[in-house]
Design a protein around this ligand. Structure first.
Ligand code: COA
Length: 329
């Protein structure tokens, strides 16, 4: 390790909506099969947020749990960062919605849009804000309601995504535990391969944009797959090199949960043993920015994060964006 960590995770919390949609349920909606979805993606079911509930509702629930875990009060937070591509609205931000719901009266609050890499972008930012002494306690949330932006007539995408939220409270390191390094990268030239084209200033909502289904997520799956593997290998290798940690010393790999074939390909190329890979996408599908904090929460509850463990987090998403973070627990 080159530097002592400046920040560490003080608490973790997550929220998964109660309603579950299985692959068999999807067989009744589009021309697909449980076998195809399992074989091509590894996904078996996903959670769907109930009508009437918002992104900031579920994000606030995850935040409450992370604060409780950290033993902190909401008013002790200096900053709330929500990573999301499915916000409550363009503005006010989802983070401001969370702030109001949890009563974090002293915090600054804003969203970041880096798609599935958003949570790691937020964590990198929190690490910088805390390491420089600018803030003491930052709440980083990844929260998505992708079911509301999914084209339920497009079998190539609707089988992939799910809803959920995960949160961490980040604070000053104790000198041993914490974030050993963080890395962020983007390539805007490839943005068209994974996007939600309608509703922004380029294509404001009209009857035509609605008829053309432009307010739903669009993806060139096969192309995205290739770039996902390439960029996540880059992200993993970069952070290992920067922190001077060997791949064999990583205790746990948490990849963005999009496709089990992507996760396996990344682990194989970075040379991380199979028993060190965490996979929960069978139960959640791809929850974009929520995927890594949902996984972190589950790993912790299942006892897969012991004191001293080095955990490598790697993500890729629309933009394109990619990121990694190495944490010592
Ligand atoms: C989307 C994805 C699962 C598709 O798997 P794939 O093996 O690449 O499949 P293809 O897109 O090549 O499609 C193969 C066939 O299956 C069909 N197919 C697509 N979705 C299907 C579904 N849900 N059920 C059944 N068949 C399906 C296609 O129409 C195609 O049929 P054809 O050969 O007759 O044209 C895969 O490309 C993927 O995971 N991509 C990356 C997605 C991702 O990570 N996105 C988020 C990044 S954060």
């Amino acid at each position: 390790m080159k530097h002592a960590p400046g920040s560490m995770i003080l608490g973790i919390g997550a929220f998964a909506p109660e309603k579950v949609l299985t692959n068999h349920d999807l067989e009744k909606i589009v021309d697909t099969t449980d076998a195809w979805i399992r074989e091509r993606t590894g996904i078996e079911r996903r959670h769907i947020l109930e009508k009437g509930k918002t992104n900031s509702d579920q994000a606030a629930e995850a935040a409450h749990r992370a604060l409780k875990d950290a033993g902190l009060k909401a008013r002790e937070l200096d900053c709330i960062i929500v990573a999301t591509i499915t916000p409550d609205s363009f503005f006010p931000s989802t983070a401001c919605g969370v702030q109001a719901k949890i009563g974090a009266t002293h915090a600054a609050a804003f969203d970041i849009a880096a798609a599935c890499s958003g949570f790691l972008y937020g964590l990198a930012l929190a690490n910088s804000l805390i390491s420089t002494g600018f803030y003491k306690h930052v709440l980083v949330i990844g929260s998505e309601v992708l079911s509301r932006f999914t084209d339920w007539e497009d079998r190539a995408t609707c089988v992939l995504f799910g809803d959920g939220a995960g949160a961490v409270v980040v604070g000053p390191s104790d000198g041993k535990k914490g974030i050993l390094g963080a890395y962020m990268k983007s390539d805007g030239r490839l943005g068209h391969l994974l996007s939600l084209p309608g509703g922004g200033a380029t294509h404001p909502a009209t009857h035509e944009t609605i008829d053309k289904r432009m307010h739903f997520l669009k993806m060139e799956g096969r192309e995205v797959f290739k770039h996902a593997v390439r960029t996540m290998v880059d992200a993993a290798e970069h952070i290992l090199k920067e922190t001077g940690v060997h791949a064999s010393d990583v205790d746990l790999l948490i990849n963005h949960q999009a496709n089990v074939r992507i996760i396996d390909a990344v682990a194989e190329r970075v040379e991380i043993a199979h028993d060190k890979i965490f996979v929960n996408l069978q139960d959640f599908g791809n929850t974009s920015a929520a995927s890594i904090p949902l996984a972190l929460d589950q790993c912790r509850r299942e006892g897969r994060l012991s004191e001293g463990d080095k955990c490598l987090l790697v993500a890729f998403g629309g933009g394109f964006t990619w990121a990694s973070c190495l944490i010592q627990f």
